[in-house]
Ligand binder design. Structure first.
Ligand code: SF4
Length: 212
């Protein structure tokens, strides 16, 4: 079994509840969406095939027990299931970052799904697989990437409509260099919204450099 991988790297997790922890990353190739603000366009086609064992060897070569499988869109490749399963069996904490357009229910129990809900500013809202909301586990996290005030209001409505705060952790991230972190913080505080503000820490540390 092999997977097409854009890059394997070791860095600081810049998002989610695991923000700030050292983490091994597996960036899988290919994406079925084209978000306006996408910062990993190189993952659409770039990459080479790795055997499952080669990916495991890279992960074992670092001390961290935290692994993030990201993309592109990782659920496009069937091999993501045995990869996640193998890592869970070895005692790793496994995060899978998914764009929310494909069913998450197929992933092994115990994987932490960090699932985007694509706001209108992404241009991809129509591709959301809304049934996923009902498959969310309390350990999962839902992420809204906010471009502007319209996206913010839209995200608030979605949170209310699906009672998201009762289902799992909800993350709000501003589009980097488009919406000010402070502005988003002020909106959240004014509305007393119980969401977690995400700065995309890796971009503050390395300025969005590839492989970081
Ligand atoms: S889902 Fe992610 S990788 Fe795919 S286009 Fe959107 S931002 Fe880029």
């Amino acid at each position: 079994m092999y997977l097409k991988v854009t890059e394997l790297f070791y860095s600081i997790q810049g998002e989610s509840s695991y923000l700030g922890y050292p983490c091994s990353f597996v960036r899988l190739s290919g994406c079925n969406l084209r978000c306006r603000y996408c910062d990993t366009t190189y993952a659409y086609t770039e990459g080479k095939n790795y055997e499952l064992e080669e990916i495991m060897r890279f992960i074992h070569s670092h001390k961290t027990k935290l692994v993030t499988i990201t993309g592109g869109e990782p659920l496009l490749q069937e091999g993501v299931i045995p990869l996640a399963d193998g890592l869970l069996k070895k005692g790793y904490t496994v995060l899978i970052e998914t764009n929310g357009s494909l069913p998450i229910a197929l992933l092994p129990r115990g994987v932490i799904r960090v699932m985007d809900i694509k706001c209108p500013g992404s241009g991809m809202t129509n591709f959301m697989y809304w049934e996923n909301i009902h498959d969310l586990q309390p350990i999962d996290e839902v992420k809204f990437v906010i471009s502007d005030r319209y996206d913010y209001q839209w995200a608030k409505n979605i949170i209310t409509k699906y009672q998201l705060l009762k289902r799992c952790q909800v993350l709000f991230s501003p589009v980097f260099e488009q919406l000010d972190l402070r502005t988003l913080a002020e909106w959240i505080l004014t509305d007393e919204l119980e969401v977690r503000l995400q700065p995309q820490l890796h971009k503050f540390i390395w300025g969005g450099k590839r492989g970081k």
